[in-house]
Design a binder for this molecule. Structure first.
Ligand SMILES: [Mn+2]
Length: 326
């Protein structure tokens, strides 16, 4: 008796993709470079394989990723019936993170999970979740030859940008031989690294620069300098005409301070505060975020506390102390 083929992993994903024709692709709201790049990259790769795709992100495309070829195809609302063979959710440890579309999941015959976050409860069928990948963009690069499908120069630009941003420009600890090899091949296939770096890191709007100034002004050191905390209020976004996506990379300033082990951005939302956490290397911020009802990676994670500023800060510090001393 030959062993039953696994219902999960890249080959199961390919089998399912091939069995369908029309796919709806989604990634988490307030998307980062991986959530946008992997989404468009997979869409273009599936089209090369002769499939039809619809690309959804409830937040739309952040300005710094509008340069990505195919970004104009992202939609943030779907009004008609969900006439698809299934939904593919990318880069979301928790499927609810795709936003309002999740409410309509009952209309879809299948929900697939392709991700590199560590998740406490498995979901999706089939699912391919592998924390060994630096970015979902790197996973899509590995998936293409299995389909098989060509990675066009446009897809390569998206997948390269996904890997670049999730590794902090190949500086974070998830920068592996595998992701560097994938990035090199994507450049060979037509990705332009200098374009990606210029658009993502070196292009500031005046509003974003003003937001950075306010975030830096708020920076304080807590717990004997082991925590670097920045606070961003709803008013700060409003005054500067910016949004949460403009905070991308700001935590690096706090993390870069000597002695800081955890960098945190405490961002006001309607009913509480979201915490975006970055580790300097020793502390597992995913464990810290889990205490705040969130999750993520060892080096980058996020959580949420309901309540006013004082309550949120107290809850964060309690969780942070536990993790720092653990
Ligand atoms: Mn990612």
């Amino acid at each position: 008796v030959s062993p039953k083929p696994s219902q999960n992993g890249p080959r199961a994903v390919v089998r399912e993709l091939r069995a369908g024709r029309r796919w709806l692709l989604a990634s988490h709201e307030n998307p980062d470079g991986d959530a946008v790049g992997a989404l468009i990259g997979l869409g273009l790769v599936l089209e090369e394989a002769g499939l039809e795709v619809c690309l959804y992100n409830s937040s739309g495309v952040p300005a710094s990723y509008a340069f990505l070829p195919g970004s104009e195809r992202l939609i943030s609302e779907i009004s008609g019936p969900l006439d698809f063979d299934g939904l593919i959710i990318l880069d979301s440890g928790d499927p609810e993170r795709i936003g309002p579309l999740w409410e309509r999941r009952g209309e879809l015959p299948l929900i697939m999970n392709i991700d590199h976050h560590s998740s406490t409860r498995p979901w999706g069928r089939p699912r391919w979740v592998d924390t060994g990948y630096s970015a979902v963009g790197e996973m899509i690069h590995a998936l293409a030859p299995l389909l098989p499908a060509r990675i066009s120069p446009q897809a390569a630009q998206n997948l390269y940008t996904a890997i670049m941003t999730d590794t902090g420009s190949f500086r974070y600890s998830n920068t592996s031989p595998g992701c560097l090899a994938a990035a090199a091949e994507l450049v060979e296939l037509g990705a332009d690294p200098s374009l990606a770096a210029r658009e993502v890191y070196l292009t500031f709007t005046p509003g974003r620069l003003a937001l950075l100034a306010r975030a830096l002004e708020s920076l304080e050191l807590l717990e004997d300098g082991r925590i670097g905390l920045m606070r961003v209020s709803l008013a700060a976004f409003k005054d500067t005409g910016t949004g949460p996506e403009d905070l991308d990379g700001f935590a690096d300033y706090a993390r870069g301070l000597k002695g800081v082990e955890v960098a945190a951005i405490m961002r006001q939302v309607n009913d509480g505060y979201k915490f975006s956490l970055r580790s300097a290397g020793r502390v597992d911020v995913a464990a810290l975020a889990a205490q705040l009802g969130g999750g993520g990676h060892v080096m980058a994670a996020g959580g949420f506390v309901q309540g006013d500023e004082e309550e949120a800060l107290a809850a964060f510090l309690q969780a942070a102390r536990r993790t720092l001393d653990g």
